[in-house]
Design a protein around this ligand. Structure first.
Ligand code: 13P
Ligand code: SF4
Length: 332
């Protein structure tokens, strides 16, 4: 096996292609062992844009929730090793019920998922018969199973625009993404009161302070940010769309208001540009404690022992698959 890792170009929806060898870095022994196990298991290694750099650099595909769901739907690997959070690995399992899906840390959750227990959603739907439920992919499989369609931050506008005109709409569980989509589409929706504990840490004050330091740098924000922050942004988009925006924009420096792992992906894709992590009021950076639970050690252990495995009841798998497939079909 080669001793260097050739970085790969990871453009949205395309296969990886070899990247300039000058960006290659030497491989440490654990990374080499992970690549060996990947071959042995005939596994595909998927990583979200917020994963630690060492994991991003080993992955076959790095992307946002939509890109990762698409790749998971298409893969012919025997095993999916998902370096992200639980709901993402669950989505991969729902799309591949017969495959082994591994997640390095089974406790890698999400505050949005926690904010919307399936029983509470069911009670709300029972009290509001006929309501059309659009669920952000950051939710449990049980919530997906109760929903009409799923969306991600990359396709939320398209999905909401296509929702039936004669039905009342409910958007769960992110009130910030939901209110941003409402503003863009003019479709009124009832919003679940959930949020991303990390993205709501950015405030208008923390953003104004960094803008003063870098007045020429466009501000790129994730739609999970609050309205006060979104109002200051030059671009609001999913993590994958951030790559395209920064690549195509003539500016040479950008302020990025999302989880700090995104900066590694952006630096890989645009090595000549500067990326500044938007600060919060409490610290200079912003990290999702769930995304950062996955480490190289845990990744290696999960591949070696084939655990933790993502599993769920057959009925949930079957019911949750329909709204995900609807989303993939609608966002082609
Ligand atoms: P993206 O789909 O834009 O990568 O967002 C996922 C997420 O969890 C944001 O916090
Ligand atoms: Fe969930 Fe927020 Fe972490 Fe994304 S950044 S996985 S929304 S807690």
């Amino acid at each position: 096996m080669s001793d260097t890792l050739v970085h790969i170009s990871l453009r949205e929806g395309t296969e990886n292609e070899a990247r300039k060898p000058e960006t290659a870095r030497p491989l440490d022994p654990l990374s080499k062992e992970i690549l060996r196990l990947k071959k042995e298991l005939n596994a595909v290694l998927l990583a979200h844009n917020y994963q630690i750099p060492e994991i991003q650099d080993l992955a076959d595909y790095v992307g946002d929730s939509l890109g990762l769901a698409r790749i998971a739907a298409e893969t012919d690997a025997d095993v999916i090793v998902f370096c992200g959070v639980h709901f993402m690995a669950e989505t991969a399992k729902i799309l591949n019920p017969d495959k082994l899906v591994l997640l390095p840390d089974r406790d890698a959750g999400c505050s949005l998922e926690e904010s919307c227990p399936a029983e509470q959603l069911k009670a709300f739907q029972d009290a509001n018969p006929g309501i059309y439920t659009i669920a952000y992919i950051n939710c449990s499989a049980d919530v997906k199973a109760l929903s009409d369609v799923i969306c991600t931050s990359g396709n939320a506008m398209k999905i909401v625009e296509a929702a039936p005109k004669d039905r009342e709409l409910l958007f769960v569980p992110d009130e910030n993404l939901g209110s941003w989509v409402m503003e863009q589409t003019d479709r009124p929706m009832k919003l679940w009161k959930g949020n991303c504990y990390a993205h709501v840490e950015f405030t208008a004050d923390s953003i104004l302070a960094i803008r003063e330091k870098y007045p020429e740098a466009p501000l790129v924000a994730h739609p999970e940010c609050t309205k006060a922050v979104r109002l200051l942004a030059d671009e609001i988009c999913s993590t994958e769309k951030m790559v395209g925006f920064c690549r195509d924009n003539p500016a040479t420096a950008f302020i990025i208001a999302t989880e700090a792992g995104m900066l590694h992906r952006l630096k890989r894709e645009c090595p000549d540009k500067e990326f500044i992590a938007a600060p919060t009021d409490n610290c200079a950076c912003n990290e999702c404690k769930f995304m950062k639970m996955n480490t190289l050690e845990k990744l290696h252990a999960c591949m070696l022992h084939k655990t933790p495995e993502v599993m769920m009841p057959k009925a949930t798998l079957e019911r949750a698959r329909l709204p995900i497939e609807r989303m993939l079909e609608m966002s082609k």
